[in-house]
Design a protein around this ligand. Structure first.
Ligand code: VG1
Ligand code: CO
Length: 543
């Protein structure tokens, strides 16, 4: 087996502080680009020699081609054993599970998550460590540094591996093991949830639609929901992963999963609807007459998780990303649980989960998860919801209404301005950041600023400090606006504006969030001059 060393130049592209690289697929397809980044990962994490590495992705265009390259590069860099999902597929949470279960050194996950796929879409790669979670910042910093200093990559000359064939083979000295990606995941879910209770609920006539959006979760959802729990055949739709996600945009929000939202609102809609994203780590859940915001879902799951067998001892604590609403904080306060506030991105939950400080965590961007893996997990959240519904025997709407009556409702919305000119978006944020110290006491419309800061996180486990994680403006009535720029977009800049306000009065809990938040939305525009500076009259996406 001959190892080639190919001279190369440093690559542009990775944003420091992000857990991987996301680019247009065509950027990754440029000669040497993928190879450079993979070599930068290998060097950044201290080499692959003698190590076990898990590999798989969400099946988008270029997934299989990229995996063949990664196999040959891992072999050239001395990896001992590669565990690869059949046909190159792993949902992100399933990959996290396999890394943990095998005691692997880590994994390479190929996904651009909720971004569209295809030759003209997006592609991405990230490295997860031995705990199964996205590499922490000290490691991504080393990978980033390697992208700047790289001068050569190593690759073996060998035939492609048959990714469809289960079993073991070798590339040079490296053992290649192709595994069924679904089996271990189903086994894990079975340890956490009362499959018999959920199955009994389906048997009694409960109906569901799960939209896998032609992405990674399809095979898992079919196997568990229809195969094990007895949901009617056809309950899981768009179940076959496709390289272009069937032309769709695998983000389960009201715009891209409109079909599901419409079906849920129709007279023949099922009792429960859910969807996940490209790589299967996000989820949304919808009941008859009740859409649950991800922030509320986290709070509701925290309040009810003990009803499922895997969480029957209660929770160690909870965590949410800073822009996520404070709904879960209210549950934590009432139950006497520790509640942590972290920067956006799952990697920040890793230490809290590893240290046993929290059991449940979540983000406003449709991600919830627990200490069972080190990624957010879409299907896991759906199963926890089903378990809760089966035990409580109430509708999702009834459960949400009674939760709001008990804890109050946190109205919440996120406004995204996509593909904004980078200089305009950065100008907006920089101007506002400079204004922060002057804001307390300022009147903005009917609201008065209480405090304003740029969020910094002190990790309670390793003592690391992460700064500049989003501008927070808190008003005297408890309303809050957060501004930050996305780290996952691939075109220009995406400005995210997160808005929330608290309402104790149940008579007002039925209001539309955009209506309830009208004053906060206006205040956000007044402060940040969003319309004037982005040239947009309205957000591109409202969730
Ligand atoms: C977005 C979300 C964030 C999430 C990240 C990765 O990041 O806001 O909450 O962790 O995507 O999700 P940003 O920087 O664009 O706001 V996924 O489903 O790609 O793993
Ligand atoms: Co995702």
């Amino acid at each position: 087996m001959s190892v080639k060393t190919v001279a190369t130049k440093p690559i542009e592209g990775q944003k420091p502080g992000t857990s991987g690289l996301r680019k247009k697929t065509k950027v990754f397809m440029q000669p040497g680009y993928l190879e450079n980044y993979v070599q930068a990962i290998i060097e950044g994490v201290g080499g692959f020699a003698g190590k076990t590495v898990v590999i798989g992705g969400d099946g988008r265009f270029f997934n299989d081609t990229a995996i063949q390259v990664i196999i040959k590069m891992a072999a050239a860099n001395g990896a001992a054993h590669l565990v690869i999902g059949q046909n190159g597929l792993f949902s992100t949470p399933a990959a996290s599970n396999v890394i943990r279960k095998r005691g692997a050194f880590g994994g390479i996950i190929l996904s651009a998550s909720h971004n569209p796929g295809g030759e003209d879409g997006d592609f991405g790669i990230k490295f997860n460590g031995s705990n199964g979670g996205p590499a922490p910042e000290n490691v991504t910093d080393l990978i980033f540094a390697a992208t700047k200093s790289i001068s050569a990559y190593k690759i073996v000359e060998a035939p492609d591996v048959d990714l469809g064939k289960l079993g073991t083979s070798k590339v040079g000295e490296t053992v290649i093991e192709i595994v069924d990606p679904v089996v271990d995941y189903v086994a894990l879910m079975e340890t956490l949830f009362d499959f018999d209770k959920i199955a009994a609920m389906f048997k009694a006539g409960f109906t569901l639609r799960f939209d896998a959006m032609h992405a990674a979760t399809g095979p898992y959802a079919k196997a568990i929901l229809e195969g094990r729990l007895g949901a009617k055949p056809g309950s899981v739709v768009n179940a076959v992963p496709l390289p272009d996600f069937g032309g769709g945009h695998p983000d389960p929000n009201p715009i891209y999963a409109k079909e599901l939202y419409d079906y849920m609102a129709s007279p023949n809609g099922p009792d429960f609807g859910a969807a996940s994203d490209g790589d299967g780590d996000r989820n949304i859940v919808i009941g008859r007459g009740a859409v649950v915001t991800p922030s509320d879902s986290l709070a509701l799951l925290a309040a009810n998780a003990h009803l499922a067998k895997g969480y029957s001892k209660g929770l160690a604590g909870v965590a949410r990303s800073m822009p996520t609403s404070g709904a879960v904080d209210r549950v934590a306060a009432k139950k006497g649980l520790a509640c942590y506030e972290t920067p956006t991105g799952w990697k920040f939950f890793g230490n809290l989960l590893d240290d046993g400080k929290v059991t449940l965590c979540g983000e406003e961007s449709a991600g919830t998860g627990s200490d069972h893996v080190r990624e957010k997990d879409g299907l896991w959240a759906v199963l926890l919801w089903l378990n809760i519904l089966a035990v409580r025997g109430e509708s999702l709407k009834a459960i949400q209404d009674s939760h709001w009556a008990e804890y109050g409702r946190m109205f919440y919305t996120r406004h995204d301005y996509e593909a904004v000119e980078t200089a305009a978006a950065e100008g907006l944020v920089n101007r506002l950041r400079d204004m922060l110290p002057t804001l307390p006491g300022t009147k903005v419309g009917d609201l008065v600023v209480e405090s304003a800061d740029d969020f910094a996180y002190n990790d309670p486990v390793d003592g690391s400090v992460t700064k500049k994680q989003g501008l927070r403006i808190l008003f005297k009535g408890g309303e809050r606006v957060v501004f930050r720029l996305s780290g996952t977009g691939t075109e220009g800049a995406t400005l995210r504006v997160y808005l929330e306000s608290f309402e104790a009065d149940p008579a007002k809990h039925g209001l539309d969030a955009q209506v309830a938040l009208a004053k906060v939305i206006t205040a956000a525009d007044t402060l940040a001059e969003i319309k004037a500076r982005t040239g947009r009259t309205a957000p591109d996406v409202i969730t």
